[in-house]
Design a protein around this ligand. Structure first.
Ligand code: ATP
Ligand code: MG
Length: 393
């Protein structure tokens, strides 16, 4: 028990919740337990507004930080040591802790910052900092104090049961625990944007299901594998993701045969939305999610988005609508989807790409074009042929 490793897990927004706070805390703990399930002997406890994770000493700190760092709702994590709330014991622990830091990081200056949550502890915070600082100076002769710009800050947090001594604060994503906000259906292409859109909604607590459209045999098996690879990367954050795949080729061929060429893209997009809405209803998803982004391409002008939106009555979440491409790319790199997204496999949208897609489509004209097609039959057939794959973390 005594030489176990301890991690302080802080949650930001969850802590701001009112009456629902216990629910959010419970969901957060469940998620943390789940990502740490692969390690033996993990303890996860809630202690006065923090989650404390304790592991066997041999489990790598890097692995634990990596796993907890992917749990939405977590703000930051600090590896820490625990001691009894006793100045003598704290001093000794702080000296040992600092010695290890000198060894590991070659620090030359330090500062102690103290916090006393347990107001019955007889020594006040500034005094704790001063006394422990003095002990470190005596115990670690190579160090000096620098209160303004220290190489390292040693935090001493005196709490009711135990005192924590720690240094680093590793930031996590924040957000809300997965599963606290319903389920949404992401229209997942192989591009950069849609995986990021799914990530952002999951970060607000939404479970994710996916639908992917292909135009086999115009799009390849490799393109489909790429989409599964993207989903697999996302599962690290979003948990398991079911992908429904739908062949759009018969619909695209009908559109090409009967409608004006420049309307192809917008018509295809409306079919995608309508099919996605049906899949969403069948799978208890309350919203659609896309990676659409204002002005990015012809199908994402404000006029085009209005016409696309009118295809469905379900709310469509577009978390990237006002983001700049550089920021989306940065996020994609951060979550690890970018390198896969840029692999050059064809997407169904590029199969029948018109030379001059309409950037200002009118809903009335688009509806007239759709009247030339047996939309209902096409949608039903597309859905009847759908397949599903479950991607696990
Ligand atoms: P992305 O980078 O996500 O592919 P994009 O910039 O290529 O987006 P579009 O191809 O116009 O833009 O697609 C806009 C959105 O429509 C995508 O973000 C995605 O949500 C959805 N989408 C596009 N193609 C597909 C597809 N083949 N299957 C499922 N959804 C798709
Ligand atoms: Mg795309």
């Amino acid at each position: 028990m005594e030489n176990r490793k301890t991690y302080i897990v802080r949650y930001g927004e969850v802590a701001l919740k009112g009456a629902n706070k216990p629910y959010f805390e419970r969901m957060l703990m469940e998620r943390i337990k789940k990502v740490l399930k692969k390690f033996d002997g993990i303890q996860v406890n809630k202690e006065d507004g923090l989650v404390i994770v304790r592991t066997a000493p041999e489990i790598s700190e890097e692995d634990i930080l990596k796993e907890i760092g992917k749990v939405f709702g977590v703000d930051s994590i600090s590896p820490a040591i625990e001691v009894d709330c006793d100045m003598e014991a704290i001093g000794k622990a702080a000296v040992d802790y600092t010695k290890a830091l000198i060894e590991k990081k070659g620090i030359k200056t330090f500062k102690v910052e103290a916090k006393r949550s347990d107001k019955t502890f007889p020594v006040e915070s500034p005094e704790i900092a001063k006394k422990i600082g003095a002990k470190i100076l005596i115990g670690c002769k190579v160090l000096s104090v620098d209160v303004h710009n220290p190489d390292c800050r040693i935090f001493v947090h005196v709490r009711r049961e135990r005192t924590f001594v720690f240094e680093d604060k590793v930031s996590a994503f924040g957000g809300l625990p997965l599963g606290t906000n319903g389920k949404g259906l992401i229209l997942l292409s192989g591009g950069i944007d849609s995986p990021v859109a799914a990530f952002l909604m999951a970060k607000r607590g939404m479970l994710i299901e996916a639908v992917h459209f292909h135009s086999y045999p115009y799009t390849s098996e490799r393109a489909w594998e790429k989409v599964q690879d993207l989903a697999r990367i996302l599962t690290a954050y979003c948990g398991r993701i079911k992908i429904h795949t739908i062949n759009l080729l018969p619909i695209q061929e009908e559109i090409v045969a009967h409608c004006p060429e420049e309307e192809t893209t917008i018509l295809v997009r409306r079919f995608m939305m309508k099919i996605a809405e049906r899949v969403a209803k069948e799978t208890n998803c309350s919203m659609l999610i896309t990676g659409e982004n204002l002005g990015q391409v012809a199908s994402q002008t404000s006029d085009a988005l209005v016409v696309t939106d009118a295809a469905v009555s379900m709310p469509v979440m577009r978390p990237l609508i006002a983001a700049d491409k550089v920021d989306i790319i940065e996020r994609a790199k951060e979550i690890g989807t970018y390198e896969t997204s840029i692999l050059p496999y064809e997407d169904c949208c590029t199969v029948f790409l018109p030379k001059h897609p309409k950037t200002k489509p009118k809903l009335k004209e688009i509806l007239e074009s759709e009247d030339r097609l047996d939309c209902e039959k096409l949608i039903e057939e597309a859905i009847a042929g759908r397949e599903a794959v479950l991607i696990r973390p």
